[in-house]
Design a protein around this ligand. Structure first.
Ligand SMILES: [Zn+2]
Length: 415
């Protein structure tokens, strides 16, 4: 019998029961998870994650923005580590798999190496990035961004959630205000496994997507400034209702998405806050969070330009002022050809069906790719449903990707 692989691979049962155990922590309302960053549920998950990591002999360090690094020494331990990981926080109505399978796939890799008593040449590290989702503290991916030097640490620590709670204080409250400096050290390579969050792999019944790039994404917060006034007697021509201005802009952004629908462009208004946002009074302030995405960077730039061009018109019609509060972008990053090749070779060697794919979501890997050779592996999720409690992944369709991760990481760490 010709064997494609002399190793037995990871322990799929153990891996999946670990994913299911995580799925007990921070339950949502409809069978999924609501495990927001820096909440008690996040702390419970982090504590358990650290227990699992120390059980396989890792030392654990937490940096100043709460990123957790579990380190497995290498035979040549002075060399920069090969890093694996993703995130354990979820959306408000999140699934049990988004981010989580990536972190726990890395854990399963460490457990497998521990079983085999196998020492890699380079050290391995498994990371859980803080607040990837940006659900509680926006923008998303702040902690991997800080690690990559994109966001200043103090700026991240000062972010506030909707209740005014401060990122740094909440980190301290759950005991994850670590002492380790954020980033600023050598990383040999970073591998992130993640569910696709789109329908392609599931539809084609292909278990492994080799992520060759991402949709160019341009996001922004727009502040809308109006004036409070009585909802009754104030004549229409004297109204400066920030909520209305924001609503007009929301429609304009959505229309831009439709305009580019034929080429898979997307424009999203994900969030609108208004103040005082009460009955009987016009709002003097609103903020809109939106982004545009396209596979082709120049088209994404064009979409962004169209959003910006819509702003003065919406502001005029609503008689309010609009200004850009902040902007961000990701998805221009190209993943490292060498790391991508290792993933492809691993899939071929293991006989795992695979295809190249673009990521349409944001991932910590984007920011990390700015400072270290990086690649991503996608695994299927049913119907592409994600950021929904109905998100679902199957053990049988996920395990092949974890085996590919194991092989790629071993090849990189032993070279
Ligand atoms: Zn994710």
């Amino acid at each position: 019998m010709a064997t494609k692989d002399t190793h037995s691979g990871i322990d799929g049962r153990r891996f999946w029961s670990t994913v299911m155990r995580s799925g007990d922590i921070g339950p949502g309302k409809a069978g999924g998870l609501c495990r927001l960053a820096l909440t008690d549920a996040d702390k419970e998950m982090r504590d358990l994650f650290i227990t699992w990591c120390t059980e396989v002999g890792c030392t654990v360090q937490v940096d100043r923005v709460g990123n957790i690094f579990a380190r497995r020494p290498g035979a040549e331990d002075h060399l920069p580590p090969v890093l694996m990981g993703s995130h354990l926080d979820t959306q408000f109505a999140g699934g049990k798999y988004d981010g989580i399978v990536g972190v726990l796939a890395g854990l399963e890799v460490l457990r497998t190496l521990d079983d085999r008593r196998l020492r890699t040449k380079r050290p391995l590290e498994l990371v859980c990035w803080t607040n990837e989702e940006g659900a509680r503290f926006t923008p998303p991916m702040v902690a991997s961004g800080a690690f990559a030097g994109v966001f200043p640490v103090d700026w991240v620590l000062a972010l506030r959630d909707d209740d005014g709670k401060v990122f740094g204080s909440e980190l301290e409250r759950i005991g994850y205000n670590g002492k380790t400096a954020v980033g600023g050290r050598g990383i040999d390579a970073y591998f992130e496994l993640h569910i696709e969050q789109g329908p392609i792999l599931d539809k084609e019944a292909v278990p492994v997507g080799i992520v060759v790039g991402g949709y160019a994404t341009r996001g922004m917060h727009v502040d809308i400034l109006g004036e409070t006034a009585h909802a009754g007697p104030t004549p229409m021509n004297r109204r400066r209702n920030a909520l209305v201005g924001a609503a007009m802009l929301a429609v304009a952004v959505n229309d831009i998405g439709w305009k580019y629908h034929a080429t898979e462009g997307k424009a999203t208004v994900a969030r609108l806050v208004a103040w005082p946002n009460k009955a009987g009074i016009l709002s003097e302030y609103a903020q809109l969070t939106c982004d545009v995405r396209h596979a082709e960077k120049p088209v994404a730039e064009q979409m962004l330009a169209e959003v910006k061009a819509a702003i003065p018109d919406c502001a005029r019609r609503a008689n309010v002022e609009m200004r850009m509060a902040s902007e961000w972008q990701f998805g221009n990053e190209t993943f490292d050809p060498g790391c991508v090749r290792l993933i492809r070779e691993a899939a071929q060697r293991l006989g795992v069906p695979h295809r190249d794919i673009l990521s349409q979501a944001g991932h910590d890997a984007y920011y990390v790719s700015r400072i270290a050779p990086t690649a991503m592996i996608f695994t299927p999720c049913r119907d592409g449903i994600s950021h929904n409690e109905a998100e679902h992944a199957e053990e049988d369709y996920t395990v092949p990707g974890v085996n590919v991760l194991l092989e790629a990481v071993l090849a990189r760490a032993n070279r």
